[in-house]
Design a protein around this ligand. Structure first.
Ligand SMILES: Nc1ncnc2c1ncn2[C@@H]1O[C@H](COP(=O)(O)OP(=O)(O)OP(=O)(O)O)[C@@H](O)[C@H]1O
Ligand SMILES: [Mg+2]
Length: 227
C-alpha cells in the first residue's frame, strides 16, 4: 500500500547566523499513490529539505504538505512522530547504522517503535534481512559488511514498520556502480511488492530516468520541463 503526495505552495526557510535562508520557494508537486519520483538538482537545491518535510522530520512552515490525505501542516511534534512511525521509511546516503549492533539488531531496534514482542521483532528482522539477501550476514556488525550490504541492511530497517512512503536520500552516493544498481533494484522491487510510494534523491541521471516522475529542483524551485 502507498500514499499520494500533494504539495501546494510549500516554502521552507532556515534561520541561519546570516539571517533567514529560503530553501523551498512555493513548491507544487503531486506524486500518485504508489508512484516513483526521482528528485535531482545541484547541491543546496533543497532536496534533503524536501525529503525532511515529506517525512515529517521538519515542520512545514507555509504551504500545504498532504501525504495519504493527511495534512502535515499544523501537526504537533508528537503527531509528526506518530506519522513518521506509521507511514515513513528512511534510507540515507551514510546508512545510519549503529556500529555496535549486528545487522539483525539494527533492524530489530527500529521495530521497537511498534508494540510487537521481542520474539516477533527478531523474526521480522530475520525475515527482512532474508528478503534483502543478507540472511547469512544477520550476525555481522556493519564494519564487517560492504557498503552495498550496509545499505541493504538500512533498507531492511526502513521496512520494519511496513511504510507506505519510502524516502531515500542519495542511497547510492557512497557506493560503486554495481552496489548502486543492486540497491536501486532492491528499492524498486520493494516498491513493486509492497506498493509503497518511493521518493528517491539522486545525482545520477541514469538512475533518475528509471523513475515514473522526475522532480528537478534548483534553488528550491522546480525546473520547468524542456519541451
Ligand atoms: N538545518 C539547517 N539550518 C540552516 N540551513 C540549512 C539547514 N539544512 C540545510 N540548510 C541549507 O539549505 C540549503 C538546502 O539544503 P539541502 O540539504 O536541502 O540541499 P540538498 O539539495 O540536499 O544538497 P546536497 O546535494 O548537498 O545534499 C543549503 O544551502 C543548506 O546549507
Ligand atoms: Mg542533501
Amino acid at each position: 500500500m502507498g500514499v499520494a503526495i500533494t504539495l501546494r505552495g510549500l516554502t521552507h526557510t532556515y534561520r541561519t547566523s546570516d539571517g533567514p535562508l529560503t530553501v523551498l520557494g512555493g513548491l507544487d508537486l503531486d506524486v500518485a499513490d504508489g508512484g516513483y519520483a526521482a528528485v535531482t538538482g545541484p547541491s543546496g537545491a533543497g532536496k534533503t529539505t524536501l525529503l525532511s518535510l515529506l517525512g515529517g522530520l521538519e515542520h512545514p512552515q507555509s504551504g500545504r504538505v498532504e501525504v495519504g490525505g493527511q495534512d502535515l501542516t499544523g501537526l504537533s511534534g508528537d503527531e509528526l512522530a506518530a506519522y513518521r512511525r506509521a507511514t515513513v521509511g528512511f534510507v540515507f546516503q551514510h546508512f545510519g547504522l549503529m556500529e555496535t549492533l549486528t545487522a539483525a539488531q539494527n533492524v530489530e531496534l527500529a521495530g521497537t517503535l511498534n508494540r510487537s514482542s521481542p520474539t516477533e521483532r527478531r523474526a521480522r528482522a530475520l525475515e527482512l534481512l532474508d528478503a534483502v539477501g543478507l540472511a547469512e550476514r544477520a550476525g555481522h556488525r556493519p564494519s564487517r559488511l560492504s557498503g552495498g550490504e550496509r545499505q541493504r541492511v538500512a533498507i531492511a530497517r526502513a521496512l520494519v514498520n511496513r511504510p507506505e512512503l519510502l524516502l531515500a536520500d542519495e542511497p547510492t552516493g557512497n557506493l560503486d556502480d554495481d552496489a548502486a544498481a543492486m540497491v536501486i533494484d532492491l528499492l524498486e522491487k520493494v516498491r513493486g511488492e509492497h506498493g509503497c510510494t518511493l521518493v528517491l534523491v539522486t545525482h545520477n541521471r541514469h538512475l533518475a530516468e528509471r523513475a515514473d516522475q522526475r522532480v528537478p529542483l534548483d534553488r528550491g524551485h522546480l525546473i520547468p520541463a524542456v519541451v
